[in-house]
Design a binder for this molecule. Sequence first.
Ligand code: MN
Ligand code: MN
Length: 286
Amino acid sequence: MNDWIKAGEIAKGAREYGRSLVVVGANLLEVTEKIEDKIFELGGKPAFPAQLSINSTAAHYNATVGDETEFKEGDLIKLDVGVHVNGAIGDTACTIDLGNNSELVKASEDALAAAIELAKPGVEVREIGDAISKTIRAAGFSPIKNLGGHGLAPYSVHTSPSIPNFNNGDTTKLKAGEHIAIEPFATDGEGTVVEGAGSEIYLFKGKKPVRDMNSRKILTYIETEYNGLPFAKRWLTKKFRGVNMAFTLLERAGAIYQYPRLVERKRGMVAQTEHSLIVGESVTTK
Ligand code: MN
Ligand code: MN
C-alpha cells in the first residue's frame, strides 16, 4: 500500500480511537499518550504531537509534562492527529462537544464537506476558501481567517499551497496528485487567533553551538529521530535527564523553536474539522 494512503488510514484510526476517549473527567495527558501509542501500534509514527485544544484554544494545545487538565462538562475539544509513514503524512482533526456547541461543530464539518466537494484539479484555492467561509457564515458563525489548510510533503506538514478559510483572492490552482490538508475552523468569536503561552511543541532549527554536553546529546537525538517534524518536550523527558534545562539552552541558542498556543482573540468557542487528500484521487483520512 502507498505510504500516503497508509498514513491516512492510521491517522483516521487514531482520531476515532481518540474521539472515544474524550469524555468528562478524562485526563488530557493520558488521552494524548493513548492516542500516540495507538499510532505506533497501527504501524505509524506521530507527524506531530497529538493535540487536544479546548474551547477558545484553537490549536497547538499539546499535553505538557505533568499536565493535570481534565475534560469538563461544557468543553469543546479539537483533536488534531498527524501520522507519518516513512515521511508520508496524514493530518486529520475532529471536534468533540461535551456541551451545547453542536451547531458550531456542524458548521466546520459542513464547510469541510463543501471544500472537499470542490477540491478537484484546476480549482483555485480562493474558491475553496469562499465555500468554507460561506458555509460557516450561513450557519451564523465566522471562519478563522488566519488559520487554514496546507500542502503536505515528505517530512513536511506545512508546504504550499495554502488553503484559506475565506476568499483571499489567491488564484493558485490545485494540481492532480497533490497532497493537501483542508481544515475549516468555525468560531462564535471574532475569527482571528492570537499567540498564547508556549505549547511545549518544538521544531528543530539547526545545529547551533551549545556548550552543555547533555544539550548536545539531546539535540543530536532530535535531529535524527524526528527528521524536521515537530516534537513534544514530554517525548524527550521519557528518554533523557535534564530536559528542561537542555530545552532552555537549546531554545536560547536558536537550535529549537517552540510553537505558541493559538487562542481566539475574543475568547470565542472554536470547532475544527480536517481531512488530508490526494487531489483528484481520494480523501486519505476519511
Ligand atoms: Mn491537523
Ligand atoms: Mn493541518
